[in-house]
Ligand binder design. Structure first.
Ligand SMILES: [Zn+2]
Length: 249
């Protein structure tokens, strides 16, 4: 499981690149990672996930600027996602696709919170990773499982369709644009990874989690609340605890 954790930390490092660069429409390959303030490139031995951050006490090695702990948080969360998913998965291919999909949803959540926008490139990547997982959802992935792919693909479209109808209905009755278009793709991703029943359960769980901050923000007078993080959290909770959740219900 150490392998999954390390893989997750490294992928978390990549997620940080996505979070910083994709909303600005910069290339994710060039230039190499650099300090946001002094622009000095980060030496490879100062670019090791988590350890470099702790070693440099969250500061740039050249100019001493404080680097946001959000970078560390994303790496740690990604590491934990990979480890948890690998523990829960029947085989390594399935685990890889699911981990990548949930980690991309994590990056998407951070971008949604920070910029109030959701890049389609990351959203669609998470969807296709989730759909890819369906091909390997079996104890022994001896061949690519097309039946499963169709089955979970169906669930993806069902969830997406449900969200489209929900969006139009809410928008009609509330007389304002409700839910984002990006949420439709995220719902499809949950359907692709969890199937229809668990996908719906994930949306329900996500909505429940969203009530807590929605209540707090309401008092502060903030009305616009990003929904992608709650959908992602709902999806992850259901993925990890689906057996227990259905038993309780
Ligand atoms: Zn610097």
């Amino acid at each position: 499981m150490l392998f999954a954790l390390l893989l997750g930390l490294i992928f978390g490092s990549f997620l940080n690149v996505l979070i910083v660069r994709v909303p600005k429409e910069e290339s994710i390959i060039r230039p190499a990672s650099h300090c946001p303030v002094c622009k000095n490139p980060i030496k490879w031995y100062y670019n090791i996930p988590v350890f470099s951050y702790l070693y440099l006490k969250g500061k740039c090695a050249v100019c001493d600027t404080n680097i946001s702990p959000a970078y560390l948080l994303v790496e740690v969360l990604s590491g934990l996602i990979f480890m948890a998913v690998f523990l829960k998965s029947p085989n390594i291919f399935y685990a890889l696709f699911v981990s990548v999909s949930f980690s991309l949803l994590l990056a998407l959540s951070i971008i949604d919170i920070r910029y109030k926008e959701v890049p389609d490139s990351i959203n669609l990547s998470a969807f296709f990773a989730g759909l890819g997982a369906a091909m390997f959802y079996a104890p022994m992935p001896t061949f690519i499982n097309l039946i499963n792919l169709l089955e979970y693909g169906k669930s993806a479209f069902l969830l997406a369709g449900f969200f489209v109808m929900l969006r139009f209905t809410l928008s009609y009755f509330l007389k304002k644009e409700s839910l984002g278009e990006a949420d439709i793709i995220v719902a499809a991703t949950l359907g692709a990874m969890l199937g229809s029943m668990n996908g719906f359960l994930a949306i329900f769980v996500g909505a429940l989690i969203s009530l807590v901050p929605a209540f707090i923000y309401r008092k502060k007078g903030v009305t616009e609340v990003a929904f992608v993080p709650y959908l992602a959290m709902g999806g992850f909770v259901v993925f990890m605890l689906k057996e227990q959740l259905w038993f309780m219900g």
